[in-house]
Write a protein that binds this ligand. Structure first.
Ligand code: ADP
Ligand code: MG
Length: 399
């Protein structure tokens, strides 16, 4: 999917009331924000709009209140933190697009910012109800979507509202579709994709779509064992998707037919049981992939595989990575994921990381600032890699 969408910079925002869909779905613990990363990520577009004379009406969902007014999922904590980061008051509406929101939006002046309540307090949000879309649209003159993490959902505040207002993207979405769109449609080559994570079945369409585009496809993590089984290896107690062995065989044939190099692990780190707790101590050893004992479980790529994958990454001009190489949450089983992250960091390639756990791994392991682009959307970036149309982006005006 190659998008060429208008952004806030392509339209006149001066004196306009702008409904800005953000991704303020921040993690909370005991009513406190544990990471304000998503709020910080939204600042450039908010500041641009405020500075250029727009009145900003921000909105977002948080958690899954499923149409119920759950006070613990109020965006009031976000209003407070956003106000601190902006250094100005963020006016909080008591509802989503009701009487209070309408009155406050009507009174809002250029340079001021209002935050609506959790959009998922309204049943119509996830149903993409036109009535809610119309109510939201009635507050503003322009819709700006900057919530990449929600762009794969056709909800009232992410897509429906664009039926009733001129709609463009914010800087975050512009960057996501610029970097990922270019990589997928017109990549500098060699183009190498690395896939890992837990299950093959989560990423069937990602594998299939990437095989159309890449020069080399690397498979690691839990999903590699189903590929190894398809090659005839015994995988012991490793993660195995029995029903998908045939699919993996098909994908191996497709790679061959397309001249795509498919790299699988050649050695693996095994243990007698999954760590419990996940970051607890664990005894491991390394074996060749054709020598995994029946009672052992593979949980990371071995050293030889790290070299093999690392060399392919270092020779690349474009790298897309989704899915950790092992159970990286455990320090003993993180070495494979670290090796791949290090190879990305060292390479001069355009490097893109998509997927919630992969992004978390890069940050946790300290590689985030050496990667060209870490996608802010887990599910959305996967759908992007699958080549699916994202409704929250498709609804915006073309350039
Ligand atoms: P992402 O969110 O980046 O798309 P996934 O959700 O698909 O990634 O997978 C991440 C999870 O996969 C991690 O929790 C990790 O522990 C797990 N994982 C990776 N390799 C293995 C393995 N060999 N065995 C079991 N779990 C694994
Ligand atoms: Mg995940």
């Amino acid at each position: 999917m190659n998008y060429n969408k208008k952004s806030v910079k392509d339209v006149d925002v001066q004196g306009k009331k702008v409904l800005l869909r953000c991704d303020f779905n921040v993690p909370l613990k005991a009513g406190q924000i544990t990471s304000d990363k998503r709020i910080v990520a939204a600042l450039p577009t908010i500041q641009y709009l405020l500075k250029n004379g727009a009145a900003v009406i921000a909105c977002s969902h948080m958690g899954k209140p499923k149409g119920e007014w759950k006070p613990e999922l109020s965006l009031a904590v976000v209003a407070k933190r956003l106000g601190e980061l902006l250094g100005q008051e963020v006016i909080m509406a008591k509802d989503v697009a009701g009487e209070d929101a309408k009155a406050k939006a009507a009174a809002l002046k250029p340079g001021e910012i209002l935050l609506l309540e959790n959009t998922r307090y309204m049943k119509g949000e996830t149903k993409n109800d036109p009535e809610l879309s119309r109510d939201l649209a009635s507050l503003a003159d322009l819709f700006v979507n900057d919530a990449f993490g929600s762009a794969h959902r056709a909800h009232a505040s992410t897509a429906g509202v664009a039926d009733y207002l001129p709609a463009v993207c914010g800087e975050l979405i512009e960057k996501e579709i610029g970097v990922m769109g270019k990589a997928l449609s017109d990549p500098a080559r060699p183009f190498v994709a690395i896939l890992g994570g837990a299950k093959v079945s989560d990423k069937l369409n990602v594998i299939n779509n990437l095989l159309e585009k890449v020069d080399t496809l690397i498979i690691g993590g839990g999903m590699a064992y189903t590929f190894l089984a398809a090659k005839g290896c015994g995988v012991g107690n490793s993660l195995l998707d029995k029903e998908k062995i045939g699919y993996c065989r098909e994908m191996m044939e497709k790679a061959k037919a397309k001249g795509v190099q498919l790299l699988l692990p050649v050695d693996t780190v095994i243990a007698s049981h999954f760590p419990d707790p996940i970051d607890g101590p664990i005894e491991v050893s390394t074996v060749s992939v054709d020598a995994i004992p029946d009672d052992m479980e593979g949980m990371d790529i071995g050293e030889e595989t790290r070299r093999l994958f690392g060399d392919a990454v270092r020779a690349a001009k474009t790298v897309v990575w989704n899915g950790p190489m092992g159970v990286f949450e455990n320090p003993t089983l993180a070495a494979g994921t670290i090796a791949v992250a290090q190879a990305l960091a060292d390479s001069g390639a355009v490097t893109i990381v998509g997927g919630g756990d992969s992004a978390a791994a890069c940050e946790q392991l300290g590689f985030a600032d050496k990667i060209t682009h870490i996608s802010t959307g887990g599910g959305a970036s996967l759908e992007f890699l699958e080549g699916l149309e994202l409704p929250g982006i498709a609804c915006l005006q073309d350039r």
